[in-house]
Design a protein around this ligand. Structure first.
Ligand code: MIC
Ligand code: SF4
Length: 651
């Protein structure tokens, strides 16, 4: 029987378990990436685990998230990360060099290799055929130390692309279509493998836009084949020698096939407040726009910025709005500076923002009260932009540029006829500017020993949990509904500077849902009462930030009971010794109320025996069972109180 691409890569990398769908497998990791907001904790854990160097083929530490530097904390983190990179043989990409995923795609991602990154958009590298997954920092730390990375052996969904995109419709519209079909729920444990005739018409940066935002469907990763288009891209990046062909066998099998005809697609938008809330741009045309932001790891490539610059050539941004552009990398910025496109943007009134995450994560360029913001990024969860009342729409660079001119949501297909703007058919250059001067490459081994790790006062040791006690008795401190994201659990934006200081960062747990949570939690913890959180479907969507488990753990949360839990967050809960439990019926979920006192009297006994967990609702005088999806390895981790004590105990 023929094999698909996912099977081919996994077969070469499996080191634990069997390739049986739905079971846990351990895979060898070739490359890792971290970014500064998750990286400090990942490296603190790497240090705690006592590794002496990285064991991967390549590990890169990027500084791209916390670059606003209001206060000393961010810069101190940068210094810490730089010293760690020098000591342990990691490549450091310094602030200003660009967004981790864009830079990794340009300079390091390789077809057929495995990559794990402490950021949920790591699948961007799937655009060149890398099997790239997001994970919590602790999992990345273990992978850097040479340990396997564990995933559920995935179901593979083929996305068969036919036809060719028409003018003004682009890769962002493809992934928005995928999101319309698959939604943001129910895709855990799957991988999206792209194929079909249509892929030949998509460049690597376009493919990367698609794999990047595949993260919003909740899949483990998304991947494109590696073909002539990939080869051209690698050649233009001076990396042709790293090309290998990667394709599915003609008789490969898939668990499901989705067909998309590119020729029939039209401009789409994800409307407030979910990347899955898709409408056509023509349906929402005319809405007044207050802000347009072009950039983020989804749409900040040379192709995207050139498109915007060509559309805006000789135009001035509408006076009703603020317009910002954040080039994805130093390479992109150098390219558009050299060919003059940057000047078009400057003349149009664009505010040239740093080549970093910036506006996407709400730590700069926040919209005003009730503002409508059109962004080319990948997430529009409530409050993520930095402004709770803002209405954020996610669109393509074409649709964003159209709004810059008209001041309202406009179908970009009208630009040609109604505004006389020719379609900018941007082609990739034969050679990109290769300038690796903002990387610090590993020092010779003999020099590493002398490096002193620099720790500013905001950098506190990684906290640990206690082994699981035989009984959990506690209060449902918070009950929430469906689609609670990690941005709800622990906000980023201006709070993100406390990532290296868990006691301080924990003060903001559930800030936008219920800001009394941290105090109430600590109050219970002091009394010896455990804290329990109850959630609906797709609990923990979104980012890979392990702080969404680590900070609740610090506040004494022992269990999360939900209708379903997303993959990365589930793994993070396990890693920090919080029990991820799943309701067996909606009735059980509805019957539990905030403030109820719950008891799990035989938790360790039941979990060791692989039995469902008995929960007694002492307030309601009821009993019910909950289930869990934990491998034997994960059960051991939970019993030990998390991955740190578990790994330390096994070394
Ligand atoms: C995000 O887009 O939400 C982030 C910020 O990049 C996160 C990582 C983090 O919280 O540091 C992600 O996507 O994993
Ligand atoms: Fe950065 Fe935004 Fe991409 Fe996250 S989604 S890595 S914050 S650009």
């Amino acid at each position: 029987m023929g094999k698909n691409i996912v099977e081919k890569i996994l077969e070469k990398h499996i080191v634990d378990g069997k390739l049986e769908k739905g079971t846990e497998i351990g895979i060898k990791i070739d490359q890792t990436l971290t970014q500064d907001a998750t990286g400090t904790m990942a490296y603190l854990q790497f240090e705690t685990l006592g590794f002496s160097e990285v064991k991967t083929e390549l590990s890169v530490s990027y500084i791209d998230h916390n670059t606003v530097q209001v206060g000393f904390e961010n810069f101190d983190d940068h210094k810490y990360l730089t010293s760690v990179a020098k000591k342990y043989g990691i490549i450091l990409s310094r602030a200003g060099n660009g967004i981790c995923h864009q830079v990794h795609l340009e300079r390091f991602a390789r077809p057929g290799k495995t990559l794990v990154g402490s950021d949920s958009h790591t699948p961007t590298a799937g655009g060149v055929g890398s099997f790239a997954m997001g994970a919590g920092g602790l999992d990345v730390a273990v992978a850097m130390g040479g340990g396997p990375f564990y995933i559920t052996c995935p179901k593979v969904i083929k996305v068969e692309l036919k036809g060719k995109l028409t003018k003004w419709v682009s890769a962002k519209d493809v992934i928005l279509k995928v999101l319309e079909i698959l939604t943001t729920k129910g895709n855990v444990g799957c991988v999206l493998e792209y194929g079909g005739e249509g892929i030949k018409t998509l460049s690597v940066p376009e493919r990367a836009t698609i794999t990047n935002m595949g993260a919003e469907t909740g899949v483990t990763t998304s991947i494109f084949p590696s073909d002539e288009v990939t080869k051209e891209f690698l050649k233009a990046q001076d990396r042709e020698d790293q090309w290998v062909e990667l394709k599915a066998d003609p008789d490969a099998e898939y668990d499901k096939i989705i067909e998309i005809n590119l020729s029939e697609l039209e401009p789409l938008a994800a409307c407030p407040h979910s990347p899955g809330n898709i409408k056509t741009v023509s349906e929402i045309e005319g809405i007044k726009v207050d802000q347009v932001s072009i950039g983020s790891c989804t749409n900040s490539s040379y192709r995207d910025l050139m498109t915007a610059a060509e559309v805006l050539k000789g135009k001035v941004a509408h006076f009703g709005l603020e317009f910002g552009v954040a080039p994805g990398s130093k390479q992109v910025l150098e390219m558009i500076a050299e060919n003059g496109a940057l000047k078009n943007l400057i003349v149009s009134g664009a505010r040239i923002l740093e080549s970093a995450c910036g506006f996407c994560i709400g730590n700069s360029f926040a919209p005003g009260t009730d503002s409508v913001s059109l962004r080319t990024s990948n997430r529009n969860f409530e409050g993520r932009s930095g402004t709770k009342s803002a209405q954020v729409y996610l669109v393509s660079p074409e649709t964003a540029a159209a709004a810059v001119i008209t001041g309202k949501i406009t179908d970009p297909r009208k630009l040609e006829k109604e505004y006389g703007i020719p379609y900018p058919d941007v082609k990739l250059p034969e050679k990109f500017i290769i300038d690796d001067s903002s990387f610090i490459f590993p020092l010779p081994e003999e020099e590493r020993g002398k490096i002193e790790i620099l720790r500013g006062p905001n950098i506190k040791p990684a906290p640990k949990n206690d082994p699981l006690s035989s009984t959990i008795k506690g209060e449902v401190l918070l009950k929430v509904g469906d689609k609670i994201t990690t941005d709800h659990i622990i906000p980023a934006g201006s709070r993100m500077k406390y990532r290296s200081n868990v006691p301080k960062y924990a003060e903001f747990v559930f800030e936008i849902v219920d800001n009394t949570f941290p105090q109430r939690a600590l109050g219970n913890k002091e009394k010896g009462t455990n804290n329990i959180v109850v959630g609906g479907l797709s609990y923990g969507q979104g980012s890979s930030r392990e702080h969404a488990a680590l900070c609740p753990m610090y506040l004494g949360v022992k269990a999360v009971l939900a209708m379903s839990i997303e993959r990365i967050h589930h793994a993070n809960l396990v890693n920090f010794g919080i029990l991820p439990l799943v309701f067996k019926s909606e009735g059980d979920y509805t019957a539990v109320e905030q403030g109820d006192s719950l008891e799990m009297p035989k938790i360790t006994e039941e979990i060791k025996a692989g039995k469902e967990i008995t929960v007694r609702n002492l307030t309601k005088n009821k009993e019910f069972k909950v289930k869990y999806e934990l491998s034997e390895r994960q059960i051991e981790i939970i019993l030990a109180g998390g991955l740190l004590p578990y790994t330390a105990g096994n070394r």
